[in-house]
Write a protein that binds this ligand. Structure first.
Ligand code: FES
Length: 145
């Protein structure tokens, strides 16, 4: 990756960290999910409002490093207005990206692409995937913590 692209991606990550999108709690959301990163104790609290198979709204709160919080901001932005199955597809693409696997590049990932460099740092992958795993768990209707 060129250093220019690296610098651009860093800027996108820091922008989401400093100005998080969709930060807060949906008081009457349909889904509530809590998850933490066992290696550092950082945590995320997600609330969604899903109606007729569409994620109408999504918010997050939590404490964590710049990677985990910016990833949560990007995730909520990416899934708002999407069908549940599209949101789950994005979660799969993101997971494949973090594992360094081939992923479906037909889908426009927007700011999420900025996190692809994290795949080179195994210790940070759990930071980037925290919000996505929580989202997947919530939308698949697995037991809430
Ligand atoms: Fe805790 Fe990144 S160091 S989520």
């Amino acid at each position: 990756m060129s250093s220019n692209l690296d610098a651009l991606y860093r800027r996108v990550i820091m922008d989401h960290y400093k100005k998080p999108r969709n930060r807060g709690v949906l008081e009457d959301g349909s889904h509530t999910i809590n998850m933490n990163n066992p290696t550092c104790g950082d945590r995320i609290h997600l609330t969604f409002n899903v109606k007729d198979g569409i994620v109408e709204d999504a918010k997050f709160e939590g404490e964590g490093c710049s990677i985990s919080m910016s990833s949560a901001s990007m995730m909520t932005e990416a899934i708002k207005g999407k069908k549940v199955e599209e949101a789950l597809k994005l979660a799969k693409i993101f997971s494949d990206m973090m594992l360094g696997k081939e992923y479906d590049d037909e889908v426009d990932l927007g700011d999420i692409e900025a996190l692809q460099g994290v795949a080179k740092f195994p210790a940070r992958i759990k930071c980037a995937t925290l919000a996505w795993k929580a989202m997947e768990k919530g939308l698949k209707g697995e037991e809430h913590e």
